[in-house]
Design a protein around this ligand. Structure first.
Ligand SMILES: Nc1nc(=O)c2c([nH]1)NC[C@@H]1CN(c3ccc(C(=O)N[C@@H](CCC(=O)O)C(=O)O)cc3)C=[N+]21
Length: 280
């Protein structure tokens, strides 16, 4: 038996269509939705994501400014640019791409992104509000995980979800979103002992470690639902998930593909957040 494929394509298309409608209505009313993407890295996965945001924004009628500060930008210069964009009333959404240059951290810099423009939920204020169950933009990838589960009608209330990874972009925020959805959540990371035993006790495993093929059949219970958040560039220019799909699909009940799973929903949600930040 092979695991069911939990595609994100249909959901992504629906979010994009709704976003395009809202963007058109905003534009007709005199507000052109605008997203600023701040880049300070030469990372391939990030570059791919930035191009895909720009393309999808264009299709949705959202203006996208790519602000490339270069891979050697200082934390001070990044902070200053974020503050400038935060004060610019033509800009509705701001995302600071990771990874960042040595010495710069998302946690420290994202405080310079105005909370109401923080469409990728990077400002610690956004994460705090998320934890408190207050309205805030969640990091698009973290929200995409929950939206994919909901779209495929996978029950979360009372179920045990193991999140592998504790980043600010995925692991921590997705744990809060899952708690808000009444799941029982275990957050695992590189120092977790007996990782396979912990994740094998879960109904749902969310793999967000950033290492290709890390999660194998040994890590999942028979019939479990596995969400693969990884987008690791491969040598041949492709994309590999954090899950070893060949190994896991023979044991899991359902698995998100890479590409075509969480990724497309992430991009769609970032744009959806941008039109909401613009008042749509
Ligand atoms: N602050 C921040 N937030 C992020 O969310 C963030 C980031 N920085 N830095 C870079 C990574 C990378 N990332 C991807 C999102 C979607 C796809 C995606 O849609 N991929 C397609 C496949 C593309 C292909 O076929 O090559 C898919 O999964 O179907 C990929 C990569 C978000 N990131």
């Amino acid at each position: 038996m092979s695991a069911a494929v939990l595609s994100g394509k249909e959901l992504s298309a629906a979010i994009r269509a709704e976003t395009a409608e809202r963007a058109a209505a905003l534009t007709a009313a005199g507000t052109e939705p605008r997203l600023a993407v701040v880049v300070a890295t030469a990372d391939e996965s990030s570059a791919w994501y930035v191009r895909s945001i720009a393309k999808a924004a264009g299709k949705a009628g959202i203006t996208c400014d790519i602000v490339d500060l270069g891979a050697t930008a200082s934390p001070e210069s990044i902070r200053a640019r974020l503050a400038e964009l935060s004060a610019d009333e033509r800009v509705h959404g701001i995302i600071l791409q990771t990874p960042l240059p040595a010495g710069a951290s998302l946690q420290e810099l994202a405080g310079a992104i105005a909370f109401e423009k923080d469409v990728d939920g990077a400002n610690p204020v956004s994460l705090g509000r998320l934890a408190a169950g207050l309205p805030a933009f969640a990091p698009a990838t973290a929200e995409a995980v929950v939206r994919v589960l909901e779209h495929h009608t996978i029950e979360l209330t009372g179920r045990h979800v193991a999140v592998v990874g504790r980043s600010m972009v995925v692991g921590k925020p997705v744990a809060h979103l899952l708690l808000n959805a009444n799941a029982t959540v275990t957050v695992c990371h590189s120092r977790t002992r007996e990782l396979a035993a912990v994740t094998s006790a879960a109904d749902v495993v969310v793999a967000a470690v950033g290492r290709a093929g890390m999660v194998t059949a040994d890590h999942v219970a028979p019939g479990a639902v596995v969400i693969d958040v990884g987008t690791n560039p491969t040598e041949d220019g492709g994309l590999a998930g954090d899950v070893d799909a060949d190994s896991v699909s023979g044991k899991a009940g359902a698995l998100t593909p890479v590409p075509g799973g969480v990724g497309p929903v992430t991009t769609a949600l970032l744009l959806s957040h941008t039109v909401r930040a613009a008042g749509g």
